[in-house]
Ligand binder design. Structure first.
Ligand SMILES: *Cc1c(COP(=O)(O)O)cnc(C)c1O
Length: 432
């Protein structure tokens, strides 16, 4: 009935997440409020790990893509589940450091890491840095030399597979700011250059072909291209690479229209491609890394709002305004992303009319759901927007000087604040 498996309706007709009544959560912690179901996050972590065990004999590591939801809490949580993490900035790395995350399981990405970020990573013993370009490679080699270490690195490769939404094409991906391309020889050149450097060790190759992908085929194609590339590197440069990082991008259900493939199924399909290609190229089956972000946290999160006003413009549109919006969920204004919503205090009600759920920011595009079929909504109702666990809190802003909401984690009927609600004082903290 709902897009996420952890949601249900109780005898009060209230929406329940895990075992917690969302109307009570809204009352106790205030709105807008992010709620994360810790049990579902753990379950999703295990699902990926189990698939790795099953299809790669355990020779793999799942990294949680931190940018989907970065906090000390999520770092600790995925560490408890024995996952690694990928970070994409000094700030995400700093969060992991402060959460005592084991640095050997941190993978540092980014197309323009600064010297300060690289130094922070090297000085804390970050396990792998995914090098994007030749300038970064040279700079990192110097930084590692100064620190007296040999830094493990991987390279971000553009496999020429461009996967967007429901289809994929095999050209064009060369036009991307991330990584080095195969078509023009860039990828060979950079690995050859790294092979001659004293303070970096080429330990793997990486690709990431997009996000919210529903097809298996582009993942299979990318895996095939990457393993063949590893074969070519061995044949041409004599460098044996034993780690293959296949990135993230697995789609989730935001609305009834989305139809994600069960993760186990495509890990199985991709593993067959990896094994077959490795065998035909005469190379060892590499250790496999995967970097799911959205698919681990998105379904585990909801955002609760209070309805403040209903504006029925006859014959035009009915607007329902809530006490949050693009500040806590900028995905509609950025990508026109679609979501589903539920009247949390009347969760079993059937849809009766089309309404547009608007935020409170001074932007006409500040919409959460456009033309959504909803039950009758009244002022004071609690509205839940579903599957907001990824790229909501992590993309939140203080636009209009609206404080960011708190994040509450629920587990087995217990709730706890894991990120505090911002105050007005927080907003002016850096004003001089
Ligand atoms: C964003 C990103 C991911 C995670 O993508 P999801 O769509 O959230 O699974 C993984 N790896 C890299 C390098 C990324 O940039």
């Amino acid at each position: 009935m709902f897009v996420s498996e952890n949601l249900s309706v109780n005898e009060k007709n209230h929406l329940v997440i895990g075992k917690n009544d969302t109307v009570e959560l809204a009352r106790e912690y205030g709105t807008p409020l992010y709620v994360l179901d810790e049990d579902l996050i753990r379950k999703n972590c295990r699902l990926y790990k189990d698939a790795m065990d099953k299809y790669y004999g355990g020779n793999g590591l799942i990294l949680f893509a931190n940018k989907a939801f970065c906090s000390k809490y999520t770092c600790r949580l995925v560490n408890e589940e024995d996952l690694g993490i990928d970070v994409v900035s000094g700030g995400e790395l700093y969060t992991a450091i402060k959460a005592d995350f084991p640095m050997d399981k941190v993978y540092f990405h980014g197309n323009n890491k600064t010297v300060d970020e690289l130094k922070l990573a090297v000085s804390h013993g970050v396990g792998h840095i995914i090098v994007d370009n030749i300038y970064e490679l040279e700079s990192l080699n110097e930084i590692a030399k100064d620190a007296g270490i040999v830094q493990n690195i991987m390279f971000r490769i553009k496999p020429g597979v461009d996967a967007h939404t429901h289809s994929f094409i095999q050209t064009g991906q060369i036009d991307s700011k991330f990584g080095v391309a195969l078509e023009n020889g860039e990828a060979y050149e950079i690995i050859e250059a790294a092979g001659k450097m004293s303070n970096v060790k080429v330990d793997g190759v990486h690709c990431h072909i997009g996000s919210q992908i529903f097809d298996i085929a582009p993942f299979e194609k990318a895996a095939e291209v990457m393993v063949n590339f590893m074969g070519d590197i061995k044949d041409k440069l004599g460098i044996e690479i034993d780690k293959l990082n296949l990135g993230g991008g697995y789609g989730i259900m935001y609305t009834e229209k989305d139809d994600p493939v069960p993760y186990d199924e495509y890990i199985k399909k991709v593993s067959e491609v990896v094994k077959n290609t490795a065998q035909s190229r005469g190379i060892k089956i590499p250790m496999i890394l995967m970097e799911p972000g959205r698919s681990i946290v998105a379904p585990a999160g909801i955002t609760l709002y209070t309805v403040g006003g209903v504006k029925d413009i006859k014959g035009i549109r009915k607007y329902v305004s809530v006490d949050g919006g693009m500040g806590d969920n900028p995905r509609y204004i950025m990508y026109e992303s679609e979501y589903s919503a539920v009247v949390a205090n009347n969760a079993g009600a059937s849809a009766v009319e089309k309404v547009t759920i608007a935020g409170k920011c001074c932007e006409s595009g500040d919409i959460l759901l456009k033309d959504a079929l909803m039950p009758e909504i009244k002022v004071g109702d609690t509205l839940a927007v579903l599957a907001t666990g990824a790229y909501n809190y992590s993309m939140a802003s203080n636009y209009n000087r609206i404080p960011r909401p708190a994040v509450v984690a629920v587990s087995n009927g217990e709730a706890k604040v894991v990120v505090k609600r911002e105050t007005y004082e927080d907003l002016i903290r850096n004003d001089v």
